[in-house]
Design a protein around this ligand. Structure first.
Ligand code: GLP
Length: 261
């Protein structure tokens, strides 16, 4: 696992956006997994700017989003369909036929999840999955205790996640749907590369558990330890619970890496 420690949120986003741009420019028919939440907003802003400036094209890129609330139609302002359109897709030259997001109002959610896994396979698998992390270490909507080999399915959200996401629903936790469709940990792990963003003190405990503690379903993000190509990009604040020696180790490793590349 690589841990990239940047000064602040903006530099985290710049690093991640440049990394993704380089990958897509090297292989334009790229299959990209995408998250929602506050963490990726800066990455979407940077990538949109690169697109406007002609540095990258998304015309051949296929995307798969991580999750969607059950019960929210695509035009609901808090749906992840709406989020993606507003914050990313309407700013770039992506072909909407290549965009995949789980349907939160599917008549048969189980069939919807199965079809999603099939669509990922048909696209040749995900090249890079960009992700954020919950303060409790959740990945997509794989809450603590999720099977580390889970596939796309229905999940019940924990009160902690509903409280954290209430900020998007006028601060009212009761308005946050209690269930969601989400890719599984196994689905994310199948991606050829993982790039996870962590910013701020609120993510410090989850980051520490994912990096310094063992593989454990209570901290779903610890699954990264099993992935052959996982990168976490974080800011200084998010490292607050890591040991001094751990931070130094990863900083030294990265500067050695930069010198040799
Ligand atoms: C939600 C999403 C996750 C995201 C998490 C953290 O629960 N389902 O994919 O990583 O929020 O969000 P934020 O980046 O806003 O802290």
């Amino acid at each position: 696992m690589r841990l990239i420690i940047e000064k602040d949120y903006d530099s985290v986003c710049r690093w991640a956006a440049q990394y993704i741009m380089n990958r897509i420019n090297a292989a334009p028919s790229f299959v990209l997994g995408l998250p929602t939440g506050s963490s990726p907003l800066g990455v979407y802003r940077e990538l949109s700017a690169y697109n406007r400036e002609g540095k990258i094209s998304f015309k051949k890129v296929t995307t798969f989003n991580m999750d969607e609330y059950i019960g929210l139609p695509a035009d609901h302002p808090q749906s992840y369909h709406y989020f993606m359109e507003e914050n990313f897709f309407k700013h770039i030259d992506i072909d909407r036929n290549n965009v995949h997001i789980l349907d939160g109002i599917a008549a048969d959610p189980v069939a919807e999840c199965r079809a999603y896994e099939d669509a990922i396979l048909k696209a040749g698998g995900i090249d890079l999955f960009l992700g954020g992390m919950g303060a409790d270490g959740h990945l997509a909507f794989n809450e603590p205790g999720s099977s580390l080999s889970s596939r796309t399915r229905i999940k019940t959200l924990t009160p902690g996640t509903r409280i954290a996401n209430a900020r998007f629903f006028g601060g009212d936790m009761e308005k946050v749907p209690s269930t969601a469709l989400t890719v599984g940990i196994g689905t994310v792990m199948d991606a050829r590369e993982l790039l996870i963003l962590a910013s701020g003190y609120a993510k410090a405990r989850a980051l520490q558990a994912a990096i310094e503690e063992g593989l454990n379903h209570i901290w779903p993000l610890s699954c990264l330890q099993m992935h052959p190509r996982a990168i976490i990009v974080c800011d200084e604040e998010a490292t607050d619970e890591l040991r001094v020696g751990t931070v130094r180790y990863f900083k030294e490793t990265e500067s050695a890496y930069r010198v040799s590349n």
